[in-house]
Design a protein around this ligand. Structure first.
Ligand code: PEP
Ligand code: MG
Length: 895
């Protein structure tokens, strides 16, 4: 039987491939990530300092065999070393032409916690003297020697590094210098002697140095830190580590030497131009340590033009080979360029998009791959302002809450909507609206503000929904905020912010900062993003619609690529100042004639709203959902009314003529109390309201169809879809459909026009999903309202949960993910699957979508794709993200 091959030269990677059956993953397991990479670069013809890898199999055999090299292993190491000597023309341990090597560990996965590096192996007193004769640089030689003793002492012999650092510190002090590179050759010589005394086990024999360093790497696989790391990272314990022995090259051998790090493209902008930093006559750590000011890579073209050209060519070659932007380390030793390492480079969101698009255009990767390489959340970067890196550096962070609507916002704190609006609109001051929570009648302030900050509420709270829809940065549920509405102050982290003081919030991270940070604004029209999204559109099968209530949102949604509106919450229109009195009248009155009058007053407003939406979405479907929330939300709170009543009575006692006002407030209060429900979320809302007050349904339907007729006359193509919320029983839908059809027919007859439309329902109560076969007899489309569906499936209130026990569930791992942010696959997802199957069994061409907040969450979008939905609908600002996420789902799960 042939002897096991324990050692592979960097130039023998093809043999390793043969050994593992041509599988690159197998090569990485055998040679470790670093060894495989060095071998791969060598095969490419990249100048890598020669060396060899002792395999992970040798490591495992060594550890299993009682810390003995397996048979043949050391001989193979000797042979490999001989080949390195031949390749370099140097000899290990020979003072006349000394070869120095480094020893590094390298497991399949990069693993901090293992023995890392010993440099300059091969030096002793005799070799050092020989090197001084050769190089004429005594300083350099003894600095290299002291590094060897220090590293060997630390990582092989286990001496604490502080002992060595103390010696260095004393010598720096005595010499009156600040940094090691200013120490003289004589001092370094003395330091070597002192270091040797600190490391009595340091072997003089270079071969012994090599042997002990190799064994130390093997043993470090079972070191406590390495085991702890593997346990934490879920890495198997039976992989072993490889050892890489590599010729040392020196960038500090004079003016013709240099060392640096570089990226094959700009890591900030993605521009296809190499960038990096280097130092002439320096070692790698000098570049990283930042002691000397580095030079930008372009200057290498002047300093060492030939080296620059070679490096640029190699960077391009590595990029072509790995089909990815590379982050490289290089050294020039006396006019010869060496590449020490290459790996995929880290980059900003902006660079990630441009690099992916450019690599596809250059033919290095497919468009599919380009689409897969950008994370959906990176797209978000282009849609919102961000804090500049400089401003964050000195920022005082006050608290962290839920990051419900991304982007950075800066403004002066305003504690109510009217003030926020006045400051913003009249005085032109940017504001952050700060509230314990927001309510529908705060919307005008939220719209005027730069951002929203609340101490209560969760991911589907009013503040979060509205903020996301309008792309306002928002941080909610910051429990530590103590808002004192009477004093108009906010106290957090021991600081008190008074109304009018500057604060900054980051809706992307959830952080709240003191003062006025600087923001930078990226751009959705970035040409590379546009290109990447257009490729995503070609790949995806899910369509993407937007949740939009106002024409401006609809226009923005369309600019961002929405293919229709998936949800218009019509009740949002009821809160506008001039409409609210009519709404309140409609609710208050018991007289049918008066109610009809109030509704007639609302009709033109609603018609106008719908016309705007239809025009903005010309040619695309628009889902209009009939009113959803319980009526008491439109009335003032009983607390406010009671206070008002007391004030009025006091005035009356003082003789004011306020009897009429008192009667009005008493009436309102009586109605609020009559409408009061212990559980309004489970009360008279959604379709139940339409059944209680059919005139309301009629008015809304009339507004939809009159609007549709009006814009049709102007040549706009309308595709209205009328949607009924909160249905749980087929009979509810049947009733509403009768009302709708009669009214729609009447309007069309009056107008002399036929409008094609769809009638459908939200699926947001489990019973509706479970009886989808029946429901689909009356519904031409389903739209999953997963905010309510999650609430009703879990029995967790969507408004309170995120500030209470749910957070605990998440921190303790009872739930892995927040079900209000990411669809709960096993529960809610299962109910959705039943609904899709049941609905399509009755009506094969049933249109199915989602309009809950999950419609903008990439992971939930993947589930929607898997369930065979036709579209997802999300806030306009998440439309580009959803386009990319839908494409990624389609690539991963072809339908
Ligand atoms: C839902 O419940 O998911 C939904 C979209 O409706 P709303 O959030 O308006 O209740
Ligand atoms: Mg709902």
């Amino acid at each position: 039987m042939a002897e096991t091959k324990w050692v592979y030269g960097f130039d023998e990677v093809a043999d390793a491939e043969k050994h593992t059956g041509g599988d690159w993953d197998g090569v990485r397991a055998l040679l470790g990530g670093k060894g495989a990479n060095l071998g791969d670069m060598t095969r490419l013809g990249v100048p890598v300092p020669p060396g060899y890898t002792v395999t992970t199999e040798a490591c495992l055999a060594y550890l299993a065999g009682g810390e003995e090299f397996p048979p043949g292993c050391w001989d193979q190491i000797e042979t490999a070393l001989g080949r390195v000597e031949k390749a370099t023309g140097k000899r290990f341990g020979d003072p006349r032409e000394p070869l120095l090597v480094s020893c590094r560990s390298g497991a399949k996965f990069s693993m901090p916690g293992m023995m890392d590096t010993v440099l300059n192996i091969g030096l002793n007193d005799e070799v050092a003297e020989g090197m001084v004769r050769l190089t004429g640089d005594e300083r350099f030689v003894y600095d290299s020697y002291r590094r060897l003793v220090q590293m060997f002492g630390g990582v092989v012999l286990g001496q604490p590094d502080e002992a060595f650092e103390e010696v260095l510190e004393r010598h720096r002090h005595e010499a009156g210098v600040a940094i090691d590179s200013e120490l003289s050759a004589d001092r370094l010589k003395a330091i070597v002697a002192e270091f040797r005394a600190l490391a009595p086990g340091f072997p003089i024999d270079p071969r012994q140095q090599l042997r002990l360093a190799t064994e130390a790497v093997f043993k470090s696989w079972n070191g406590k830190r390495a085991i702890d790391y593997r346990n934490a990272a879920g890495i198997a314990h039976d992989l072993g580590t490889a050892v890489n022995i590599q010729t040392m090259v020196f960038g500090n051998m004079g003016e013709g030497s240099a060392t640096g790090v570089a990226m094959s493209r700009n890591a900030t902008t993605g521009e296809a131009k190499i960038e990096g930093d280097y130092l002439i006559n320096a070692q790698g750590e000098d570049v990283v340590a930042g002691i000397r000011a580095t030079k930008p890579l372009e200057q290498l073209a002047d300093d060492l033009p030939e080296m620059y050209d070679q490096f640029a060519a190699i960077a391009a070659r590595l990029e072509r080979h790995y089909r990815e932007m590379q982050d490289m380390e290089f050294t020039v030793e006396r006019g010869k360029l060496w590449i020490l390492q290459t790996r995929a480079g880290k980059r900003t969101a902006q660079a990630a998009v441009r690099i992916a698009a450019d690599l596809a255009d250059e033919g290095l990767i497919s468009r599919e791959e380009a689409v897969m390489r950008v994370k959906p959340d990176q797209v978000d970067f282009f849609l919102h302002p961000q804090f500049s890196a400089e401003s964050l550096r000195g920022a005082v962070k006050l608290a962290k809450g839920l990051n419900v609507s991304p982007g950075a916002a800066v403004g002066i704190a305003a504690f109510d909507a009217d003030l926020a609006e006045r400051w913003a609109k009249v005085d032109g001051k940017p504001t952050i609206m700060v509230r314990p929570e927001t309510k529908p009648d705060d919307v005008h302030g939220m719209l005027a503000a730069e951002g929203i900050l609340t101490s209560r509420g969760g991911r589907t709270s009013h503040a979060a929904l509205v903020a996301r829809q309008f792309g306002k940065p928002a941080v909610v549920g910051v429990a530590e905020l103590e808002i004192d509405m009477a004093a108009r102050t906010l106290t957090v982290a021991g600081r008190t912010i008074t109304e009018g003081d500057w604060i900054s919030i980051d809706g992307t991270s959830g952080a709240v900062y003191l003062g006025r940070l600087e923001t930078v604004v990226p751009d959705i029209s970035d040409p590379w993003l546009m290109k990447l999204l257009s490729w995503a559109d070609e790949l995806r099968t899910l369509r993407v619609r937007a949740n939009a209530d106002y024409p401006v949102d609809a226009e923005r949604a369309r600019r961002y690529g929405a293919e229709g509106i998936g949800l218009t919450r019509t009740e949002h229109m009821f809160f506008e100042t001039e409409r609210l009195p009519l709404v309140q009248k409609m609710i208050m009155t018991t007289d049918p004639a008066e109610r009809a009058e109030a509704l007639a007053g609302l009709l033109p407003y609603q018609r106008g709203d719908f016309e705007g939406l239809f025009r903005a979405m010309d040619g695309l479907p628009v889902i209009i959902r009939l009113i959803d929330p319980p009526l008491h939300e439109f009335l003032p709170s009983s607390h406010d009314l009671t206070k008002r009543l007391i004030d009025l009575k006091v005035e009356e006692a003082r003789g004011a003529a306020v009897a009429g006002d008192i009667a009005e407030v008493e009436g309102l209060l009586a109605r609020v109390e009559a409408l009061h429900e212990a559980n309004p979320m489970l009360g008279t809302r959604g379709v139940r309201l339409g059944i209680m007050i059919p005139e309301l349904t009629r008015m809304q339907v009339r507004a939809v169809f009159e609007a549709a007729c009006n814009v049709t006359r102007d040549g706009v193509k309308v595709h209205p879809e009328v949607m009924i919320p909160l249905v749980s029983h087929v009979n509810e839908l049947k009733r509403q459909r009768e009302v709708l059809e009669a009214e729609a027919r009447q309007v069309m007859a009056e107008q002399g026009l036929e409008i094609e439309y769809l009638f459908g329902t939200m699926i947001e109560i489990p019973r509706a999903a479970l009886t989808a076969e029946e429901i689909a007899q009356y519904a031409e489309f389903f739209s999953f309202g997963t905010n309510d569906l999650t609430q009703t499936t879990f029995g967790i209130s969507r408004d309170d949960a995120e500030s209470g026990f749910l957070m605990r569930y998440l921190s303790e791992g009872i739930l892995a993910e927040n079900p209000f942010a990411t669809l709960d696959r096993n529960g809610v997802g299962k109910i959705m699957r039943l609904a899709v199957e049941g609905g399509r069994a009755t009506r094969p061409n049933l249109e199915v979508g989602i309009c809950g907040e999950h419609g903008g969450d990439p992971k939930s979008i993947a589930l929607c794709h898997e369930l065979g939905l036709d579209y997802v609908s999300c806030s306009p600002f998440r439309v580009p993200i959803a386009r990319l996420a839908a494409a990624q789902a389609a690539v991963e799960m072809p339908r």
